[in-house]
Structures are given as structure tokens and as C-alpha cells.
Design a protein around this ligand. Structure first.
Ligand code: AMP
Length: 197
């Protein structure tokens, strides 16, 4: 793999959402990751925004690795046209495998699953068990309220400003890819630097 080629993990809705701009952004992101020469890592589904993202990356000649727990594959929501569909034992081992295989992360509009996945990556960065960049691609202000919440949590003293900075806002596909394919966050870990506990 060339030195500047990265694997970017994308978390996004298993539903398409009501705003057609979500699917357009998922297609644009999939295509742009492939055109930039990077690989896609994602949850392996063929439904919703996930399917749109994967199809667009594949159509542009990109590598797409899907990670899916056996139970979901058996319910036939797996995408069988991927470069590789890797089957895991559980939702937990799936998240760990996606995190291991990716150099950086992009969250797109999604629901509980998307939030769960991206929050876990931020948490692992916060405690220093990984150091990988995280971008939120904000289609039509979808993540504005979440970013407001992060700011309120800083004011409340429950998220440190240096950890708040790990959740990076991206207002375009190119910016999201630059963040996710860029350097790891330099924020100190909660556990290695006692002064920021
Ligand atoms: P949600 O945001 O709740 O739609 O969940 C989407 C995220 O959770 C994706 O990034 C997937 O990794 C995972 N996920 C949830 N539901 C499914 C599904 N039906 N098929 C594949 N992955 C799913």
C-alpha cells in the first residue's frame, strides 16, 4: 500500500433518512474516498446510507471492507459485492475490528448505531487506547445540536477542552477526508496525564 494511502472508517445510518441530501453526501463521500486512493471501512450493510456509500466507492474503483456480526449477515442485510465482507462474532468485536483496520474515522448522519460507534472511538482516543482522527461530516447541520451538547459538557466540566477537540467538525467531504486521512489527535490521554483527569 503506498505510504499516503489510508483506510477511512465511515459510520452512517442504516436508514436513508428523510432528506435526500444525506444520500447525496454518502455517495459523494464514497466516491471521493476512492478517487483519493483511500480505502473504505464500514459496517458492511447494503441498506440505507451505508449501502449508498459502499456502492459509490465500489463504482469509483475503491477498496471497501465491510465488518458485520454473524447475526446481521444471517438476516441478509450484508453487502455481498464488497472487496471483502468480514464476519465477526458480535457487535462488540465488529467495532474493535473496524477500529483496528482504520487509520481515521468519519461520522455521517445516522441514529443510535452511528452515535454508539463514533462515541466509542472518541472514548478510546480519550483514554489513549487509540490515537486516530475523527471527523463529523455535517450534512445540513445534522450534527449542530450534538456539537452544542459537547460544548455544554465542557462548560459542565464533564468533557475536557482538549478532549472536546478530538471531535472535529467538517463542513465538506474534502475537509472530512483531509481530517480522517491526516495526523492523529495530539490531545493527551486521560490516563497518561493525571493533570487532565
Ligand atoms: P444507525 O445509525 O442506528 O442506523 O446504525 C448504523 C450503524 O450501526 C452503522 O454504522 C452500522 O455499523 C451499524 N448498523 C446498524 N444497523 C445495521 C444494519 N441493519 N446493517 C448493518 N449495520 C448496521
Amino acid at each position: 500500500m503506498p505510504v499516503d494511502r489510508k483506510r477511512i472508517c465511515v459510520f452512517c445510518g442504516a436508514n436513508p433518512g428523510n432528506d435526500p441530501a444525506f444520500a447525496s453526501a454518502a455517495a459523494e463521500l464514497g466516491r471521493a474516498i476512492a478517487v483519493a486512493g483511500h480505502g473504505v471501512v464500514y459496517g458492511g450493510g447494503r441498506v440505507g446510507l451505508m449501502g449508498v456509500l459502499a456502492d459509490a466507492a465500489l463504482a469509483a474503483g475503491g477498496e471497501v471492507l465491510g465488518f458485520m456480526p454473524r447475526a446481521l449477515v444471517e438476516r441478509e442485510v450484508g453487502h455481498h459485492g464488497l472487496t471483502e465482507l468480514l464476519v465477526t462474532d458480535s457487535m462488540h468485536s465488529r467495532k474493535a475490528a473496524m477500529a483496528d483496520h482504520a487509520d481515521g474515522f468519519i461520522a455521517m448522519p445516522g441514529g443510535y448505531g452511528t452515535l454508539d460507534e463514533v462515541m466509542e472511538i472518541l472514548t478510546w482516543n480519550q483514554i489513549g487506547s487509540i490515537a486516530k482522527p475523527v471527523a463529523f461530516l455535517d450534512g445540513n447541520g445534522y450534527f449542530e445540536s450534538l456539537f452544542r451538547f459537547f460544548d455544554e459538557a465542557v462548560v459542565a466540566g464533564l468533557i475536557k477542552p482538549e478532549h472536546r477537540a478530538m471531535a472535529q467538525h467538517a463542513s465538506s467531504v474534502d475537509q472530512a477526508i483531509r481530517i480522517a486521512a491526516g495526523p492523529a489527535p495530539s490531545s493527551p490521554s486521560k490516563w497518561t496525564d493525571p493533570s487532565i483527569r
